[in-house]
Design a protein around this ligand. Sequence first.
Ligand SMILES: NC(=O)c1ccc[n+]([C@@H]2O[C@H](COP(=O)([O-])OP(=O)(O)OC[C@H]3O[C@@H](n4cnc5c(N)ncnc54)[C@H](O)[C@@H]3O)[C@@H](O)[C@H]2O)c1
Length: 292
Amino acid sequence: MPEIKKIGVIGAGQMGSGIAHVCAQSGYDVIVSDISEEVLQKSLANIAKNLDRQVQKGKLSEEEKAATLSRISTGTDLSVFGDADLVIEAATENENLKRDIFKKLVPNLKPEALVATNTSSISITRLAASTDRPAKFMGMHFMNPVPVMQLVELIRGIATDEETFEAVRELTARIGKTAAVAEDFPAFIVNRILLPMINEAVYTLYEGVGGVEAIDTALKLGANHPMGPLELADFIGLDTCLAVMQVLYEGLADSKYRPCPLLVKYVEAGWVGRKVGRGFYDYSKNPPVPTR
Ligand SMILES: NC(=O)c1ccc[n+]([C@@H]2O[C@H](COP(=O)([O-])OP(=O)(O)OC[C@H]3O[C@@H](n4cnc5c(N)ncnc54)[C@H](O)[C@@H]3O)[C@@H](O)[C@H]2O)c1
């Protein structure tokens, strides 16, 4: 089985930062890349803040925090992945963008390096086909926030070999996560179920069945969900939610998955949720205020 010691992460947003955090905390050397130095610095600051939170809760010592941070390095060029044993892609949920990243990435890799994608919905088989190593490629779908959430969905493409699958399954266990294996269908298991519920919550808002607060309160207190669906949509990122619905709609060719026009409008306005300070709630206020 290929041995994984050094892990590369492409994309230093919410997910890439969380993946780098848990891998480094579990003792792996991690190298993270994104399109700008500014994004990388913000990511490192976020990781440090989240580690501080673990220290305050007594789950981590100051020494472990310092050691975790010392294992993370960054760079804006894909050449930094030359000695990575596994590269996990966690860039924006857009198939063309991801394919382009993989095409540019593979000439920089060792021949035996494995590649995984954290895509929420896109075909693993199609993404694998944009690399020179479909047998060494698979889906590794973390949940947000990565340091807190227990699950990683593992998805084989049609060509993924058993060695690759077992190496990634072993890594998942070593970083303290639990794997659920899904087949390569649009949005896999979690988002096949979760995103249509969120989309339906946006329809409920769009049709005036309830306001933002009523919808979230209804699901929290009426269905015992820890977060309301609109709050959760803001947390995931409305751009990601829309991208997943589009993949479901096109991939399964069923009108029941059509994205709600209000979701489309929020994304077009740039109101993509918590990461930009505005979505179904306005996060510039404390506590956040519903926008409808
Ligand atoms: N947000 C969630 O709840 C969640 C959960 C599981 C999986 N995902 C998936 O994880 C991936 C990232 O989502 P996110 O929530 O972290 O989004 P995000 O918007 O927070 O981060 C995306 C990052 O990708 C970077 N990026 C864009 N183009 C790039 C390029 N060419 N090279 C390198 N970096 C590039 C952006 O600068 C940004 O920092 C998506 O595929 C998404 O579907 C998201």
